[in-house]
Design a protein around this ligand. Structure first.
Ligand SMILES: [Mg+2]
Length: 246
């Protein structure tokens, strides 16, 4: 084993991670993992502020819908008895907005507006990692809590993924940390749990989903060597490639 497959004094196999030729599948989270989320959020906020200077009252109402929609997702994550379909009704209940208008707000600000800036903020090293994985015959999947197809196209990464699973799919219907999407994606890819790695950006969401699915998890944006239940942290994609030896 090469010394590069180490985090601090701990090796990847010790951490339960497959490395190099042992890896036959990589599953990725989308938001905050394939692209950097803070600059995209700042760009959306800037557009909201500009809209607010022209039409302050309606923009304020739209902002309330967005805020409660995000809050509803975090609320539902830890209530597996509720389906992902409850996110919009809950946001409407909390914001006092009508469903039709709230759906338009979400489609505009959370689905379409980010597409304008996503390509600028692909996480550094992601394309090289996906290229390297593809050359090695590693199968690639994506599991997201939001619709993913348009975002992957905007990022220019759509051709890499053989399987895309989202919480809105009929077969899933729940948010992470439920392991359901991850398990389905692995089954669709035809990849064994022990030869897969799941890569995300949130320990309490992606790390826990990996642990519950029984898949090795890696969380980006963490200090090298930090670890939690079911995941280990790496600061960036080059460190991830070193660790996985791909
Ligand atoms: Mg994420």
């Amino acid at each position: 084993m090469s010394s590069t497959a180490k985090i601090g004094r701990v090796s990847a196999p010790t951490l339960g991670l497959p490395i190099g030729a042992q890896i036959s599948g990589l599953i990725f989270d989308l938001d905050g993992t394939l692209y950097l989320q803070p600059p995209v959020r700042r760009a959306i906020l800037w557009r909201l502020l500009r809209a607010g200077s022209v039409r302050p009252i309606s923009t304020w109402r739209e902002w309330q819908v967005i805020r409660h929609y995000r809050r509803a997702q975090e609320h539902l994550r830890h209530r597996p008895e509720h389906s992902a379909d409850a996110q919009l009704p809950l946001a409407c209940e909390w914001s006092g907005e009508q469903p039709e208008s709230a759906a338009k707000t979400i489609a505009h600000w959370m689905e379409d507006t980010p597409l304008e800036t996503l390509a600028r903020y692909v996480r550094p090293g992601v394309v090289d990692l996906l290229e390297s994985a593809k050359k090695r015959g590693i199968r690639l999947g994506l599991v997201s809590d939001y619709p993913a197809t348009k975002k992957l196209l905007a990022l220019g990464l759509d051709t890499y993924f053989s399987v895309v699973v989202t919480a809105q799919d009929n077969r899933v219907g729940v948010f992470k940390p439920s392991p359901k999407g991850l398990i389905l994606a692995l089954a669709d890819l035809g990849v064994e749990l022990g030869s897969a790695v799941y890569i995300g950006d949130r320990p309490s969401v992606d790390g826990e989903a990996a642990q519950r699915a029984g898949v090795a998890g890696v969380i980006l944006g963490q200090p090298l060597g930090r670890a939690g239940k079911g995941w280990i942290g790496v600061p960036d994609v080059p460190s991830l490639r070193d660790l996985l030896m791909i």
